[in-house]
Design a protein around this ligand. Structure first.
Ligand SMILES: Cc1cc2nc3c(=O)[nH]c(=O)nc-3n(C[C@H](O)[C@H](O)[C@H](O)COP(=O)(O)O)c2cc1C
Length: 731
C-alpha cells in the first residue's frame, strides 16, 4: 500500500475519534494520578510473601471483636472489614503482622468517580460504553497505522529507532514520542477494547465452577489458627480476598480468593472443602484492568499518565503536520490514472495562484464527468489517452519559471505524446514587472513548434490573478470544446496589513551593482525576526513590495537593488535618514532559522544575503556555512561591516564567496558543488539548507543538490525537497 493510504487512514481515524479521544485522554490522565496518590499513603506491606495468612487472621482476631473479611490490594495494602463496638462495619488498612490499624478506608474522592464515569461511559450508560469501546478499537488501529508510517519514514521496521531527521518541532516530536509510547498506547487501547467486550458479555462465560472435594474424617482439628497447615503455608502474596466464617460451626468455611482459584477452607482443620480454578477470561480481565488502570504500580501509572498526555500531543502535532503538508503539497486531489485521462492540466506555481485557478478548472471538468489529470510541470510525462493539455503557469524574475516548472522545458523535448493533442497556455503574471508572463510566452512558443501539438487557443495572460479575465478565457474555451465547465469563483479577500511607522536610521549609497542598504527602526513595539518580510507601499495601498528582513540589534536591515523603473526600490532609495515610512511586517514562518538544527547552510546571491546577515548575527552555537554569489568583489563591500564582525567573532561560521565577473568567474552553485562533501554531510545529518535570492539561482542550486543526492541512501532528493530541511525564499 502507498504511504498516502496509510497516512489517509491514520488521519481519518484520528479525526473521527478526536473528540472522544480528547475526553478519554484527559480523564485517563486524572485517573492515572489516583494509584500514584493512593500509593503515597504508605500503607503498603513489604514482603507480603513472608507474612502467612495465619499471622494476619490471628492478628486481626486479637485486635477486633469481629472480622468479616480481609483483602490484599494490588497496591500491597492489606484491608479488613471489621465490626466496631457500636456494631458498625468499618473498613481499615492494617498491619497484618501486628493487627495495628494504619488508617481508615476513605470514600473515593468525587473527582475520580466523576472521571471514571466519563472515561467509561461518558455518562451515557450502555451507548457511551459502546462508543468508548469503539474508540479504543480505533485508537488501536491508529497506533498500528502510525507504526507503519513511522517505519516507512525511517526506512523500514529495523530502522525504527535510527536517528530522526531534524524537522520542525511538531513533526520531530510526533516521531520521537510515537517510538516511546507506541507500546503503552497499544496496551491501553487493547485492554480498553477487552474491558468493553467484557462489559457487553462478548467474552466466554467466566463463572468459577466449584468442585466439592472428598472430606477426610480423620484429619486433625487445631485449637489455634497459627497451627493449621493451610493457613500457615499460604502467604498473603497468594491472597486476594478472604471471607470469614460467621460462627465456629465447622460447616461455616473461610471463602478464600487466591490468585488463580477460589477455595472454601474448614476453619478448624484447614482442609480444602471445595475448589474452583478461575477461567482464563477472568485472569485476562484482571490483568487487563491492572494494565489499563496502573493500579498497584506507581511506575506503570506514570507511564500510563504520560501515554495519555502523549495522545493529546499527537492530536495537536498531527493537526499541525496536516496543515503544513497541505500548504506544501498544495491540495492535489486523488485523481484518475494519468493514462485514462483525456484532459491533462499542467501547473507551474510558486505561491499558489496558478495552482488555485488550475484546481478550480480541474474541479469543473471533473464535475461534468471528464477524466482529468492535474500535475506539476516538472512531473510532465506521457499520457496514453491525452487529447487536451492546458497549462497554467506563473513567471518570476527575468522570465524565470516557478520552481515546480524548472525541469519542464528539458522534459518536454524528450517526451513524445502518443496522440495529436490540443493545447492552451494561461500565463499568470503582473504588469508591474518588465517581463510580463515571460515564462508562459516561452512555454507557449515551445509547444507551438512541437510535433503532435495543436494550439487550441492563443496564449492568454492574467494580470494580478484577475478572475474576470480568467472567465473571459473560459468563454473562449467553452466555444472551442463545445461544452460548459462550471467554475467556482474564489472569495476575494483583500489582505489586511497592520502598518506601523519606521524611522530611517541609515541609507547607504549605491554600490557597483546599484544595491544599497537601508536600516529602519520600528517606532512601536513589534515582534519580528530575520527571514520575515517587510511589506512596503510605494503607492499607498495600490501596490505592495516585500523585502526580506535581517534583524540586527532590534532594527531592520534591508538590502535592496535599485531598478531604474522599480517603484518600490526607488521609493525606498529616496528616503532620508530621520524620515519615517509606514510599512508592515509579514511573518514568514517557513523561512525562519531552525535553531535546533546544529548544522545549517545558507545559500544566496545578490541582495538575497539580507536575512542571513540577521541570522548569523544572532547565532551563538550552531555551525553555519554561508555561500554567497555576486558579480565582483566590490559587490560584497556593503555587507562587509556585518560579515566581518560576525565571522571574525564566531568560529562556527564559514563563508564561501563566488564572483561571476571576476577571478574564477564562478556562480554560487559552482561553489556549492565544489563543497559537495560538506553539503551532503549536512543534509544526511539532518541539517537545514536555506536559499534566498533569485529564482534562477535557486533552480541552479536545486539542480546541483539533485545531482548530489542521486543514489544517496539516507535521504532522496524528492524527500529532501519536500522536507523542512529545505527552506527557500526566492523571487
Ligand atoms: C518576486 C516576484 C517576481 C515576479 N516576477 C514577475 C515577472 O517577471 N513577470 C511577471 O509577469 N510576473 C512576475 N511576478 C508576479 C507573479 O507571476 C504573479 O503574482 C503570479 O500571479 C504568481 O503566481 P503563483 O502564485 O502561481 O506563483 C512576480 C512576483 C514576485 C513576487
Amino acid at each position: 500500500m502507498t504511504i498516502s493510504i496509510w497516512r489517509y487512514s491514520h488521519l481519518t481515524l484520528a479525526l473521527v475519534s478526536s473528540l472522544f479521544l480528547i475526553v478519554a485522554s484527559v480523564t485517563g490522565i486524572i485517573l492515572a494520578v489516583e494509584p500514584i496518590s493512593h500509593q503515597a499513603k504508605g500503607y503498603a506491606v513489604e514482603n507480603l510473601n513472608e507474612v502467612s495468612l495465619a499471622t494476619a487472621i490471628d492478628a486481626l482476631k486479637s485486635t477486633y471483636d469481629e472480622v468479616l473479611g480481609l483483602e490484599v490490594e494490588s497496591s500491597g495494602f492489606v484491608k479488613a472489614s471489621v465490626l466496631t463496638m457500636e456494631i458498625e462495619t468499618l473498613d481499615v488498612y492494617f498491619n497484618p503482622k501486628t493487627g495495628e490499624q494504619l488508617g481508615e478506608v476513605k470514600e473515593r474522592p468525587h473527582v475520580y468517580t466523576f472521571a471514571t464515569n466519563v472515561h467509561r461511559s461518558l455518562f451515557l450508560k450502555s451507548i457511551g460504553r459502546f462508543f468508548v469501546g469503539l474508540i479504543s478499537l480505533l485508537l488501536l488501529i491508529i497506533a498500528v497505522t502510525g507504526l507503519i508510517l513511522l517505519a516507512k519514514r525511517q526506512g523500514g521496521f529495523l530502522k525504527l529507532f535510527s536517528k530522526v531527521h531534524k524537522d520542525y518541532f511538531e513533526l520531530r516530536y510526533h516521531v520521537v514520542l510515537s517510538r516511546w509510547f507506541f507500546i503503552p498506547i497499544v496496551i491501553l487501547a487493547f485492554t480498553g477494547v477487552y474491558l468493553s467486550a467484557e462489559k457487553f458479555n462478548l467474552l466466554p462465560n467466566a463463572v468459577v465452577q466449584q468442585t466439592e472435594l472428598a472430606v477426610n474424617k480423620t484429619v486433625q482439628e487445631y485449637k489455634s489458627i497459627l497451627d493449621i497447615p493451610f493457613f500457615k503455608e499460604t502467604s498473603l502474596a497468594d491472597i486476594r480476598q478472604v471471607e470469614f466464617p460467621f460462627s465456629d460451626d465447622p460447616e461455616e468455611y473461610y471463602l478464600i480468593a487466591l490468585q488463580n482459584r477460589e477455595v472454601a477452607v474448614n476453619q478448624h482443620t484447614g482442609e480444602i472443602v471445595s475448589s474452583g480454578d478461575y477461567p482464563f477470561v477472568t485472569l485476562a480481565s484482571r490483568l487487563s484492568l491492572v494494565l489499563h488502570t496502573g493500579e498497584g504500580n506507581v511506575i506503570w501509572s506514570l507511564v500510563l499518565l504520560l501515554a495519555s498526555a502523549s495522545i493529546l500531543f499527537f492530536m495537536y502535532s498531527g493537526f499541525v503536520m496536516t496543515l503544513k503538508r497541505r500548504k506544501k503539497g498544495k491540495r492535489i486531489a486523488k485523481m484518475t490514472d494519468k493514462d485514462e485521462c483525456e484532459f491533462v492540466i499542467l501547473v507551474g506555481s510558486e505561491s499558489g495562484t496558478a495552482f488555485d485557478f488550475a484546481q478550480r478548472f480541474y474541479n469543473g471538468l471533473v464535475q461534468i464527468g471528464k477524466k482529468v489529470y492535474l500535475t506539476e510541470l516538472n512531473k510532465y510525462t506521457n499520457y496514453a489517452k491525452v487529447k487536451n493539455v492546458i497549462v497554467f503557469t506563473s513567471t518570476y524574475g527575468k522570465g524565470e519559471p516557478p520552481t515546480n516548472a524548472r525541469k519542464f522545458s528539458a522534459l518536454f523535448s524528450k517526451i513524445k505524446q502518443p496522440n495529436i493533442t490540443d493545447f492552451s497556455v494561461i500565463g499568470f503574471g503582473s504588469l508591474d514587472y518588465p517581463d510580463y508572463c515571460q515564462f508562459a510566452i516561452e512555454l507557449d512558443n515551445q509547444l507551438s513548434v512541437a510535433e503532435n501539438f495543436n494550439q487550441q487557443l492563443p496564449l492568454f495572460k492574467i494580470n494580478k490573478s484577475d478572475f474576470n479575465s480568467f472567465e473571459q478565457w473560459m468563454i473562449q474555451f467553452h466555444n472551442k470544446v463545445g461544452f460548459t465547465i462550471p467554475i467556482e469563483k474564489p472569495l476575494l479577500k483583500k489582505k489586511k496589513y497592520k502598518k506601523i511607522e519606521f524611522e530611517v536610521l541609515q541609507r547607504t549609497d549605491l554600490n557597483v551593482d546599484n544595491t544599497f542598504l537601508l536600516r529602519l527602526q520600528p517606532k512601536s513595539k513589534i515582534d519580528f525576526t530575520s527571514g520575515d518580510l517587510l511589506a512596503v507601499f510605494p503607492n499607498d495601498d495600490e501596490m505592495v513590495r516585500q523585502y526580506s528582513i535581517a534583524k540586527i540589534d532590534e532594527s531592520i536591515l534591508l538590502s535592496i537593488k535599485k531598478h531604474e523603473l522599480g517603484r518600490g526600490s526607488n521609493f525606498l532609495f529616496n528616503l532620508k535618514v530621520g524620515e519615517t515610512l509606514k510599512a508592515a511586517i509579514e511573518e514568514n514562518e517557513d523561512f525562519h532559522f531552525s535553531e535546533n538544527s546544529k548544522n545549517s547552510i545558507f545559500i544566496s546571491n545578490g541582495t538575497g544575503i539580507a536575512p542571513f546577515l540577521g541570522m548569523i548575527s544572532k547565532n551563538a552555537t550552531n555551525n553555519i556555512t554561508m555561500f554567497w554569489g555576486g558579480r565582483e568583489k566590490a559587490s560584497m563591500e556593503i555587507y562587509n561591516s556585518v560579515l566581518e564582525k560576525e565571522i571574525l567573532n564566531n568560529e562556527n561560521i564559514q563563508l564561501f564567496t563566488s564572483f561571476s565577473r571576476e577571478g574564477k568567474k564562478q556562480y554560487v552553485q559552482d561553489v556549492v558543488f565544489e563543497q559537495k562533501e560538506l553539503v551532503l554531510r549536512t543534509i544526511n545529518q539532518g541539517g537545514t539548507i536555506m536559499i534566498c535570492g533569485s529564482l534562477a539561482m535557486q533552480h541552479n542550486v536545486l539542480d546541483v543538490l539533485e545531482n548530489l543526492l542521486e543514489g544517496n541512501k539516507t535521504i532522496s532528493f524528492e524527500t529532501f525537497e519536500k522536507s523542512e530541511q529545505l527552506k527557500t525564499d526566492c523571487y
